[in-house]
Write a protein of this length. Structure first.
Length: 220
């Protein structure tokens, strides 16, 4: 069996297409006229004209008037002359100028004998310090233990500063066999040695004195 096919003439399709277009156009036109007017209308000519006025000139400013120059009317004051002129009967004369006769020479003055001061008297001699015999037993220092164990003899030459009270104020090494021998001698001098101080004209003075000390094993 074959399906039934009907034939449509071309004219009927053209009429249906045109009617559809007319209906759609009518709907679009109705929507346009029915829509509210949301865009405000401008002026009739479409241009908003703003008038421009010429700027107003500011009022003139009154400048201060210059002060009058009164210097000519008021001159600068001047101090009066401090010197008062007065009449005097004294006849003043100036020294002679070059070419005038020379002045007479001044009279010679006798100075008399010339005084020469006498030289000061010479200082009295210095009497040197001497060891005080009352402390002679305290002169020899103790033998250093290390040198004694080594069985070594020693020799020390020492310079001491003796004060006005006869005590030793300072000690310096001149020569020594070892530091141990000098240290033993220095301690003994500062603590035990006593002297009669040096004098000049009967007045005690500080002075330096050099002494020698021997350390012998045979004396131990």
């Amino acid at each position: 069996m074959y399906a039934e096919h009907r034939y449509a003439p071309p004219k009927s399709r053209t009429v249906s297409l045109g009617s559809a277009l007319l209906i759609n156009g009518a709907l679009i036109a109705g929507l346009i006229f029915a829509a509210p007017n949301v865009i405000p209308k401008g002026p009739e000519d479409g241009i908003n004209v703003i008038p421009i006025r010429d700027p107003v000139e500011p009022p003139p400013i009154d400048l201060p008037k210059p002060k009058p120059d009164n210097r000519a009317e008021n001159p600068t004051p001047t101090a009066p002359d401090p010197f008062i002129k007065s009449k005097s009967d004294n006849d003043t004369k100036t020294t002679p100028v070059i070419g005038d006769p020379p002045l007479p020479p001044l009279p010679k003055v006798d100075d008399g004998p010339i005084f020469v001061p006498e030289p000061p008297p010479p200082l009295p001699p210095l009497l040197r310090a001497e060891q005080d015999s009352r402390f002679a037993r305290d002169f020899q220092p103790a033998y250093p233990a290390a040198e004694l164990r080594a069985q070594r003899d020693g020799f020390v030459q020492i310079s001491v500063l003796i004060g006005v009270d006869g005590r030793v104020k300072a000690a310096q090494s001149v020569s020594a066999t070892s530091d141990a021998f000098f240290e033993a001698t220095r301690r003994q001098a500062l603590s035990k040695w006593r002297f009669k101080p040096a004098t000049r004209g009967g007045i005690p003075e500080e002075s330096w004195k050099t002494l020698s000390v021997r350390f012998l094993i045979k004396d131990q």
